[in-house]
Ligand binder design. Sequence first.
Ligand SMILES: [Zn+2]
Length: 267
Amino acid sequence: MKLVDTHTHSLFSSDSKMDINAALQYTREAGLHGIVFTEHYDFDVPEGIIAFEFDPAEQQAAVRDIAERYKTDITVLTGIEVGMQPASFDKIHGLLDRHTFDQIIASVHFVDQEDPYHGGYYIGKDAKRAYGRYLETIYNCIRQMKTFDILGHFDYIARYAPYPESMCYADFPDLFDAIFQLLIQHGRTLELNTKTYHIKPDGTPHPDPHIFRRFRELGGEALSFGSDAHKLEHIGIRFDEYAALAKEFGFRYSVYYQDRKPMFLPL
Ligand SMILES: [Zn+2]
């Protein structure tokens, strides 16, 4: 089965040191069809957080140059993971107007000016409130975001949460439906971000089948598979397992984007 890792971070992301050449070799040896480098770009980061910015022209030239020298037969593409926040859309749209990408992932990393990664966001919230607020933020943001291809890690908020509960469809059916309808209406893709499911040693959070089945049921044709790798050994990690799950959820295709056009691969 052919799969492209649609969500990876090279040294152009401020929280990664992953070497592009080594990443290409690893991708090939892992038997993947290809890789998309989607570097972090976040405007208006909360106080005390490092800047997540890069020069897209420089990143694209570097990737192109290395891919050409390496003469690889795998698909190598360049993209961006843009962090959405309600107050940042003028800047986001300006950036996306100035540059072209193969693929744009839109993600929410900060909620109400807090970074969940550092834990403060969860204080005084139970799982339902913490997850619900995150999904509301996604919904509000994707309504404003003019152009993107993939909604990144919709359950990111469960990744760093102190609760035993995963994010479940049954807790937020209306929010999930509203988000999925918006995505499907504009031909956008839901990401299966595998990092969320293996970051904690005890196994939680896990992917709720009802979430993915509902996306399929409403007309979502394919999922993108993103490892969110910041290190070599995480590229394409456990993709076979998740592809099998996606088939169980009713999907027949995975998808990646080239020149902003969806490219489907049978699962
Ligand atoms: Zn992200």
